[in-house]
Design a protein around this ligand. Structure first.
Ligand code: FES
Length: 106
């Protein structure tokens, strides 16, 4: 599914992410800057923070408790549309998803 990553400067990159990979992995594998993902997807570092586009209508995975708690410790402020991108598995249903990258992850 095609995922659009918009960096803090407003530049966007569209990546075709394999179904089953996470939004985080799609970025890291393709050299999209702005996602650090120190823990490699274990929901323990908070450095894969993204802001899901406010206009999003794609069905996203539910937020579990660990993700919810970690989002209070991200480098950039948590907003209503904050998610950990390692906790967003990609499927065809997410084709066209847009995520915004925070200014910093650390
Ligand atoms: Fe560490 Fe997502 S990669 S919390």
């Amino acid at each position: 599914a095609k995922i659009t990553y918009v960096n803090a400067d407003g530049d966007s990159t569209i990546i075709d992410v394999a179904n089953g990979d996470s939004v985080m992995r799609g970025a890291v594998l393709n050299g999209v800057k702005g996602i650090v993902a120190q823990c490699g997807g274990g929901a323990s570092c908070g450095t894969c923070h993204v802001y899901v586009d406010p206009e999003n209508t794609k069905p996203l995975a539910d937020m579990h408790r660990v993700e919810d708690e970690l989002l209070y410790f991200t480098a950039c402020e948590r907003k209503e549309n904050s998610r950990l991108s390692c906790q967003l598995p990609v499927s065809e249903e997410l084709d066209g998803l847009v995520v915004h990258l925070p200014e910093k992850q650390l």
